[in-house]
Design a protein around this ligand. Sequence first.
Ligand code: NDP
Length: 372
Amino acid sequence: MNTRRDFLQKIGASALMLQLSSLTSFANSSVQIGHPYTGRVLRVAIMGLGGYGTRVAEAMNACSKAKLVGVISGTPSKITDWQRKYNIPEKNCYNYDNFDQVKNNPDIDAIYVITPNALHHGQVIRAAKAGKHVICEKPMALNAEEGQEMVDVCEKANVKLLVGYRMHFEPRTLEVVRMRNAGEFGKVMFFQGQCGFKAGDPKQWRLNKALAGGGSMMDIGIYALNGARYMVGEEPIWVTAQETKTDSEKFKEGVDETVQFQLGFPGGAVASCLSSYNINHLDRFFLSGDNGFAEMQPSTGYGPIKGRTHHGELVQPIVTHQTVQMDEMAGIIFEKRTPVIPVDGKEGLKDLKIIDAIYRAIKTGEKVMLTD
Ligand code: NDP
């Protein structure tokens, strides 16, 4: 198990201090080394007990600041399994019809929405209206219009909306961002992001436009897009994009198989990105500046993230992404901590606006200018 707790247990205190002194971003994390956490714990109900929900739940076992206390599911047998496994009381179990009642449950602080993309919009709005903070998986919604409404409703309900951008807390990623901010790469001129895998079962929801909202771009291409933004450190001003389809039976109308897109940034940098449901082993970032470079592969998978810069290998601690994410999100919600790379609804909305533009660029074949 590659949890931060395991990492801390494996190395002694002095070695730890030595290591952490050079790990600025990680040492600034909200869980204080050597001090058991005694503050408020974020009590979370997971909605959608599928593949990723299961991974998040297991990772939360090692959290200090967040705890799984409830479930929302359409499958009664999963609810009883999870109740047994995570000691979840009956009063914290809901289905998709009755979960608005969570508003009367003072023992749940936040709902983590981990369902198919098309359901995020309605479910996040219902959770917010029930007065609960919401964490929503990526993509936050199917388009910017939906995303904007989610941001507005959460603001009005005075609850936080966060997006499950786990890479925003990953120590090696944060080190590259720290180096970029410190000017160690010089003027950044180029980013390349390649994200993809071969999608299997043609019947899965990811290949169903109604539930997925698109194809590879919504699911995996978003990592290259989001990565381009946090690696370059600017917001793009234009986008061009092209789609390639080799199997129109499997990847039906509106479900993109492979998308290439290019972004232009105000400082002059360009990004060249690839998103695919039909190419394996695509998980690579490359950032180039006048004075240096960063290369990560894998760059966004569950880890361990590996990479090097012009200074050498990245050696920051290997963590379980979702454990760190949930502890950090608890800090954002209860301690008003500000993450190095934002994870709020407005950040999710920025990606959705660019995804809308990418699909528009594919359709028209033209460069789309990105204006706010
Ligand atoms: P799964 O298909 O494994 O699980 C989705 C779950 O959603 C189902 O098990 C089901 O849970 C619930 N659900 C509710 N309605 C439907 C429906 N109509 N069709 C199918 N499932 C339904 O998907 P994933 O867990 O892989 O993905 C869920 C979300 O998480 C997606 O938005 C995806 O993009 C995101 N994700 C994020 C990752 C990350 O690294 N950040 C990685 C993987 C996914 P139940 O039976 O309990 O109702």
